[in-house]
Write a new protein. Structure first.
Length: 429
């Protein structure tokens, strides 16, 4: 039901006239799980919403398909691509009931049922498309066996510290990879699978970016297709660019989705020292991953002694990293020489502001001895000595209170900077 229509009903039946009161009530019941509210759409029956989702992402039997849209249904079944033409067809009955198509699609994307497919050939530039993870085909066996050559960067792993890849993260990551790679690649659509994807990047120097999602990590493989010696310099710049994009994307997803707010992961490589797995366990379960800290030695701590390991091609992911992280490496000196003195100055200023504000409020409280002062106005001068307009006592209190709010914000920013610096220096996120 549309929010405006619901407001009309509540005015007639419940006597609720204020829009803010209605929104507060709806948010309360949404948090309890009684209703579903998103944007301007309110769903009173969750089962109805589930049935609507199923109509969009489940392929219908052949005899139930409208022949005019058979090509769209076939594309959904074979490649997992959902066209807006098919969405409009399914929503025909619901759009007439003032249902917001955008809100429904946003909810499906929020719940991980669909994700934007931003690679648009020239004939389809006017139409947004989505891909449905549940309709993607299983990954071919050769995808998991793919390995880079000696000239390529080594496989890089995103290991999630909670022990598993968060639900819905991989489709959202693929969605952003599609958008990013379409700006850096030839007009070749990516190949999407349930737990993997392959993208082409570059125009003259073509590289293949492969993402493979397992239970507890995501494997990243960057493999150059044209192996000419003249293209090595160009491809060397691509690996750090891909790594930075992946890290920035994960940070953006963590900020965009509440269920990814506490996303924690590490950059890792496969340990070259550990033995291969036995027959009774799968390689994914016993693959030993070593956390990567730029410019630090990799050590395998499995077994009775520590062993220093070397991974060929690891340095290609972090070329130019020293310039990128200089500010964090020098943060201890910056904190000592700048941030800590600034923090102390903020504390002193806060004490002065608070004392002055208390004094002004006492004068405004009707103290008889200060009654004459309460009605006085005081001159205010700018930093260059120019006399400004007279400021009443009440305005002085407001200015002091605003100053205290500004001090709170500055202290919060300093605390956040210190927190980020601590995580950066530890090599985690």
């Amino acid at each position: 039901m549309d929010l405006d229509k619901l407001l009309t009903v509540t005015r007639q039946v419940c006597g609720i006239d204020e829009t803010e009161e209605l929104k507060a009530m709806l948010n309360f019941y949404h948090d309890l799980g009684v209703i579903v509210k998103h944007g301007h759409t309110v769903v009173l029956q969750a089962q109805w919403l589930i049935d609507l989702f199923k109509q969009l992402i489940a392929v219908r039997p052949f005899d139930e398909v409208n022949p005019l849209y058979s090509e769209c249904w076939q594309e959904l079944e074979e490649s997992g691509i959902l066209r807006m033409t098919l969405v409009d067809h399914v929503f025909t009955d619901f759009i007439q009931k003032d249902l917001s198509k955008e809100d429904i699609l946003d909810m499906m994307e929020l719940y991980g049922l669909i994700a934007k497919f931003s690679f648009l050939p020239a004939v389809d530039e006017h139409e947004q498309r989505y891909f449905v993870p549940a309709q993607l085909r299983s990954s071919p066996s050769n995808l998991c066996k793919k390995e880079p050559s000696n000239c390529d960067p080594c496989p890089l792993y995103l290991r999630f510290l909670d022990g598993f890849v968060p639900h819905g993260l991989f489709p959202q990551l693929l969605s952003r990879c599609i958008r990013w790679c379409s700006d850096h690649s030839p007009k070749e659509a990516p190949k999407l699978y349930q737990n993997g994807a392959t993208f082409l990047i570059g125009k003259q120097t073509i590289s293949e970016l492969t993402l493979i999602c397992k239970k507890r990590f995501i494997k990243i493989i960057l493999k150059q297709i044209n192996s000419l010696a003249s293209t090595i310099t160009t491809s060397a710049k691509l690996a750090p660019e891909v790594r930075v994009f992946i890290e920035d994307t994960l940070q953006g997803l963590s900020n965009a989705f509440s269920w990814l707010r506490n996303l924690r992961y590490e950059l890792c490589v496969a340990c070259t020292n550990c033995l291969e797995c036995g027959e009774e366990c799968t390689p994914d379960d016993c693959l030993h991953l070593v956390r990567v800290v730029p410019e630090e030695t990799l050590i395998c701590s499995e077994g009775s002694c520590n062993v220093i390991i070397e991974v060929c091609g690891l340095e290609k992911w972090f070329q130019g990293h020293k310039t990128e992280t200089t500010v964090w490496e020098n943060f201890t000196a910056i904190e000592k020489d700048f941030i800590e003195p600034l923090r102390q100055a903020l504390k002193v200023t806060r004490i002065q502001y608070q004392a002055e504000l208390t004094s002004k409020r006492d004068e405004m409280a009707g103290n008889k001895s200060n009654k004459k002062k309460q009605s006085m106005e005081f001159d205010v001068q700018s930093p260059d000595g120019e006399t400004l307009e007279l400021m009443p006592l009440s305005d002085q209190c407001e200015a002091l209170q605003s100053g205290l709010y500004s001090l709170d914000m500055m202290e919060s920013v300093l605390a956040r900077i210190t927190e980020i610096a601590s995580s950066r220096t530890k090599g985690g996120k």
